[in-house]
Every structure is written in C-alpha cells, then in structure tokens.
Design a binder for this molecule. Structure first.
Ligand code: PXG
Length: 465
C-alpha cells in the first residue's frame, strides 16, 4: 500500500486501519466502530489531525516526547547516520561510534558510581534484561537462590512476558497466565485510594515496611531485587508520601537486595532532574531507561548499572542481547536529543519556569467540585476525581467510567489528557511555555465543567457505599 498518505480522506484511512491494524491495549471492534483519530503532523506541543484540528498534547505522546515535536536537528542526525552506517551490531567484540558516545554520555548524566550501560529498544526489553541480569549477578556471587524480584501492585514495567510479570496490573496478569514464577507484589503507596484514616506519612511508612515484611516471609536468601518507578506513571501519577522512599532505601541496604529504579517515564528531565532517583533521593543499583532518552524520535532504551554490578557481570559471558542493542541511528538521535536538552537548559526550564507555573495552576484545580487530590512532580501530574472530597469517596459506577467520560470531553476540547481509572493524568513536553500551560489548564477546566454537568444530568455523582 504505497499510497497510504496524509492526503487520503479520513474515512478511507479509518477503514484501512480497521481492516488491518491491530491496536495495542484496545478492543479492535470497538476502535473500528468509534473510528480512529489520524495524527498527521506535530510541532512543539501541538498535534494536527487529518481533519485539521490542532490538539494540545498533554501526554508528550506516551510520556516520551520530552523535547517536543518537530526538531529538525534530530531528523538531520538520523539521516546522516543512516547514510554513514545504518546498522551494525555490538556482539562479537565489535562496536561503533554512536553507541560508544551515548554510553559515555549516559554514564556522565547518571548518578555517581553508575557507569555501565546495556542497550535495548525500549522499556519492556530493558526490564526483561534486568530480570536476567539480577539473577545472573547473584549466581556469579554464589547466591543462586536469590531469584525473587519484589515489585508493586499497580506498577507498570512493560508488556512482554517478563516485564508484564514485574508490573502489577491485574488486568494484564489475567491474560495468558502471568506472572511468571518468582515475582512477588506488595502494596503501592497510593494514599488517596488506599490510605484510609491514616496520615500520608504513616501510610507511606507502612507501605514501605511491606517490603521488609515480604523479605522476612520469603527469606532474604531468596530475594534478588526490588523494582519500582520513582513516581508511578501509568498507574496514575501516584506521588508517594515523603516517608516512603527513605524507608525503602533503608530496607534494601539492610537486606542486601538490589534496587532497580524504573525510570522509563521519570528519566531525562521529567521530574526536573536527569533522573527521578535524584528527585526522590534514592541510590539505585540499576536504572531502567527508554522513552525520553531519544524523546521518542527513535526507539531505544536500556539499563544503567552500578560499578559493582558491572564488575561482577564483567567476569563471565552474559548470554543475553538484542539485534538492536545500541542501534547506531537510535543512539545518534538519543545523543543529539540529550545535547539539545543540555544546550537549551531544559532541566532549568522544568525546575524554574514551566514546573512552578504548572504546579500553581494544577493545584488550583482542587477548587473544582469534582477534583479531590492534585499531585505533581516536575512535568507529570494527576488529579483524582471524586463525588465527595472529604471522604475521598470513589464513584458508585465501575472504576474508570467517570474517567473515560472526562477523557472523551478532553479530546473533544482538543486536549490530550489520559485517564487511569478515575484519575486524570498529564505529562506535557518539557518545553511547554507558560502561555501553553495556561491553554492546557483552560481546556482542563472546561473539560471538568462538562464532565460535572454530564454526571449531574445522568445521576452519576453518587459515591460508592
Ligand atoms: N517501564 C515504565 C515505567 C513504563 O512507563 C515501560 C517500562 C515499558 O516501556 P516500552 O518502551 O516497552 O513500552 C513503560 C511504558 C500508558 C502507557 O498508557 C505507558 C507506557 C507504555 C504504553 C502506555 O500510560 N509505559
């Protein structure tokens, strides 16, 4: 089909899509019935669809287009690299310049004592690498019984068999017999939904101590690692109480458990630092990265590992790797992306310009009758919708029903805002300007007003008893 272009009528594109394209995380019959939105181009923080609508992308694609759309420098670097060396592998004692340069750059940006990088094409692959890597690490340390990886309910670590097993998404485990053996899940630090009558500080501590309880129950000699997102992204931008991470760090240190920080979303400026680990004050042994490293212009991810882990692994063959580990075009594009982020002081923009502006306006959304909690770290934020703020009640309808109404109103208002259950989430490109933030907030208010009116008209403002 060489004639599939932006110039075909939308209905024809939709029909072809429905006939042949199987969408991720979707029921295809449902997608076909409602008709897909066809995105044709993008610039800065704005998308354009095949009908000519301009849509503010409050999600940076899928949390990844940190630098914004339309940066020609990245296209130029990709074209140059394709002409010079479009592909070569990094197996069998070979390498190439882009992968060397990117590995060195990541080591420079990563926390101290993290200087080894293993490449993959995305976050799921990288977390599969991590499962094999931490188990192999303990084998090499003559502790082969240390195999269990502890993770958290409602975590997202990817969609492959291994990474979906690490994740704590019940709906994903329900299909195909997941999780794989030797993965154990503890509770998430979501005070709004699960904190009951406790203070956030008490609850944060309690949820962290579930890790210590699990170590006691399962035996320290059987546990390889704990994996967590510094701030849960796909789970609904759940910002843990301040007591949570220090206690987790203490427990990992006290029990000889490796700490894997999954920074696929929180990396590369999203929280105002290069890594969310810095923002949360933790020192991981392994960092999973993907998404923002290339701002999504090319698929690339991987694991940044501590010197201790790299040294142990370095003494024997790790029988693992992907055809596209360290792909030269992806590596060159990632390197250019990081260069631009540094040159244009994007972290400073998040910390001192866009971040504080968004924080102020986002937190003011709690003045809206539907909004209970507003959470924000850097450029990732969420609001919890509720029929009754004081009791933090859930809606009587099935979880996600109200969130979906709100998301559909948001799309109709030309704002991409996601729902996770009945939480609404945003993660705009880091380059968003204060004026664009004002536009985002104005559309979000309108969306909330329309959602409120819809719930009222349909008698849906009731709390679950
Ligand atoms: N870890 C984390 C923390 C992620 O957010 C992955 C791993 C997997 O990365 P790949 O590149 O294999 O997709 C992710 C991905 C959503 C959504 O709807 C989130 C992700 C992917 C797709 C959809 O929020 N996160």
């Amino acid at each position: 089909m060489s004639d599939v272009s932006n110039h075909m009528p939308t209905a024809e594109l939709q029909a072809l899509d429905a006939a042949h394209h199987m969408h991720p995380f979707s029921a295809n019959a449902d997608v076909a019935e409602k008709g897909v939105r066809v995105i044709t181009r993008a610039k800065g923080v704005m998308l354009t669809d095949s009908e000519g609508n301009d849509i503010l992308d409050g999600m940076s694609g899928l949390w990844n287009v940190n630098i914004g759309y339309g940066r020609n420098e990245l296209a130029d670097v990709a074209a140059r690299q394709m002409r010079e060396l479009p592909y070569y592998n990094t197996f069998f004692h070979t390498t190439h310049v882009p992968v060397i340069a990117l590995a060195a750059k990541l080591a420079e940006l990563a926390p101290e004592n993290m200087n080894g990088v293993f490449f993959a094409s995305g976050g799921s692959e990288a977390n599969d690498t991590n499962i094999r890597m931490v188990r192999h690490y303990w084998e090499l340390k003559n502790k082969p019984s240390k195999r269990i990886i502890i993770s958290r309910k409602n975590a997202y670590h990817g969609s492959s068999i291994g990474s979906a097993s690490l994740g704590g998404m019940a709906a994903m485990h329900a299909q195909g017999g997941l999780p794989i053996p030797d993965i154990h899940h503890i509770g998430q630090p979501d005070w709004w939904s699960e904190g009951g009558g406790k203070t956030p500080a008490q609850f944060g501590l309690e949820r962290a101590q579930e890790l210590e309880q699990a170590i006691t129950d399962l035996g320290e000699d059987n546990i390889a690692a704990f994996i967590a997102e510094p701030v849960q992204g796909a789970g609904g931008v759940i910002v843990p109480p301040e007591t949570y991470w220090p206690e987790i760090q203490r427990i990992c240190d006290a029990h000889d458990i490796l700490l894997i920080a999954d920074e696929v979303i929180t990396g590369f400026g999203r929280t105002g630092n290069w890594f969310g680990s810095e923002t949360m004050g933790i020192t991981p042994d392994i960092i999973t990265f993907a998404k923002g490293v290339s701002s999504g212009y090319q698929p690339i991810g991987g694991s940044i590992v501590s010197d201790e882990v790299a040294d142990v692994l370095g003494n024997s063959e790790f029988t693992h790797g992907y055809t596209y580990s360290g792909h030269p075009v992806a590596a060159a594009v990632a390197l250019e992306n990081l260069r631009i982020m540094e040159e244009e002081n994007m972290l400073d923009h998040v910390r001192n310009v866009a971040g504080p502006h968004l924080r102020e306006k986002w937190q003011a959304l709690t003045d809206h009758p539907l909004v209970g909690q507003a959470s924000i770290v850097g450029m990732m934020a969420s609001i919890a919708l509720t029929p009754h703020k004081d009791s933090r009640a859930a809606f009587a309808s099935d979880p996600g029903t109200v969130g979906l109404v709100c998301r559909e109103r948001s799309f109709a208002n030309n704002l991409i805002m996601r729902h996770v259950g009945d939480r609404m989430v945003i993660a705009p490109p880091l380059v968003i300007s204060p004026a664009e933030i004002d536009m985002l907030i104005e559309r979000a208010w309108r969306t909330l007003d329309e959602t409120h009116a819809h719930l009222k008209d349909n008698d849906m403002l009731k709390a679950r008893s």
